[in-house]
Design a protein around this ligand. Structure first.
Ligand SMILES: CCCCCCCCCCCCC/C=C/C(=O)SCCNC(=O)CCNC(=O)[C@H](O)C(C)(C)COP(=O)(O)OP(=O)(O)OC[C@H]1O[C@@H](n2cnc3c(N)ncnc32)[C@H](O)[C@@H]1OP(=O)(O)O
Length: 242
């Protein structure tokens, strides 16, 4: 009996050790990831400020930062992986919608359609994303290091109230500006007849994407409001799907 208990406790200790090692690895990875992403978005902020101070215009700004933006925004796909493997307590769907909509904006709108790169709406969402991400990644970093300054926590759970609608406005206005060009050129569309017998109209697809903000955006926004109540006001939130 005693030996079984001993065995059990050895096994339990082993499991706990494995758990601890696993979570230590996860914490180390997340700390590295969040520091790298904070640095990346800070580099973008500085590049944008330097460009505007030197040139005195926003024209050409997107082109000058596009490589860095594409890199850091695309890397954010790993966040969906973080949720899927359970190293962060966030919904895969919420994170997936947030990250995929950003990647879509970067690669399939702004990067693909040079004619819209100098629109003011592009600068609007770029500035909003940059401020949001510097705050978000530094929040995660300091939180992991157990040294979270209150102003970062406050900013993380208050800024989105203004930043989310502004970011969405910038994104929707940019897609709207792209529509005439997409219609004129027929880019990324497939007309019948073709050897695959498939028809796809990117113009109408973009209209559907714009309409999909109506049900999806409130879900993200209310998710953040619930997080805000939980973290800043200490409310216990019972999620429906839990
Ligand atoms: C094919 C094309 C399809 C297109 C479809 C289009 C439709 C799109 C509609 C919607 C469009 C939205 C567009 C968005 C625009 C903008 O971004 S505008 C700028 C303003 N944006 C924001 O303010 C972003 C807010 N959103 C987020 O912060 C996240 O992306 C989120 C996933 C929505 C919410 O974050 P979440 O992680 O759930 O909340 P937190 O409170 O921050 O964290 C919860 C716990 O998870 C831990 N955690 C999460 N990530 C990390 C990490 N990287 N490192 C360490 N820890 C992490 C966090 O600490 C929390 O843990 P606990 O403290 O233990 O709870």
């Amino acid at each position: 009996m005693a030996s079984m208990e001993e065995d059990g406790s050895v096994e339990e200790k082993d499991n706990n050790n494995k758990k601890r090692t696993k979570s230590a690895i996860a914490v180390a990875w997340l700390t590295f990831y969040n520091i790298a992403m904070t640095a990346g978005w800070l580099v973008l902020a500085m590049a944008m400020m330097r460009f505007y101070i030197q040139k005195g215009t926003h024209k050409g700004l997107y082109k000058s930062i596009s490589r860095t933006l594409k890199f850091f925004q695309t890397v954010a796909l790993v966040e969906v992986g973080h949720c899927a493997i359970g190293i962060v307590r966030t919904s895969v769907i919420v994170t997936g919608v947030q990250v995929c909509s950003r990647i879509f904006m970067v690669w399939f709108i702004t990067n693909s359609i040079k004619q819209i790169q100098n629109e003011e709406s592009v600068i609007l969402f770029l500035v909003v994303w940059t401020l949001t991400e510097i705050t978000r990644y530094s929040f995660y970093t300091f939180n992991l290091l157990n040294h979270l300054p209150y102003f970062i926590k406050w900013a993380r759970y208050n800024m989105f109230i203004i930043m989310y609608p502004l970011g969405v406005a910038g994104e929707l206005l940019t897609i709207y500006a792209a529509l005439p060009f997409v219609r004129k050129t027929g880019m990324l569309s497939m007309r019948l007849p073709n050897k695959y017998n498939i028809s796809f109209d990117y113009y109408y697809f973009l209209i559907i994407v714009m309409l999909s903000y109506i049900p999806l955006f409130p879900q993200l926004f209310f998710h953040m409001l619930r997080q805000r109540r939980k973290v800043l006001l200490g409310e216990i939130i019972v999620e429906k799907d839990e």
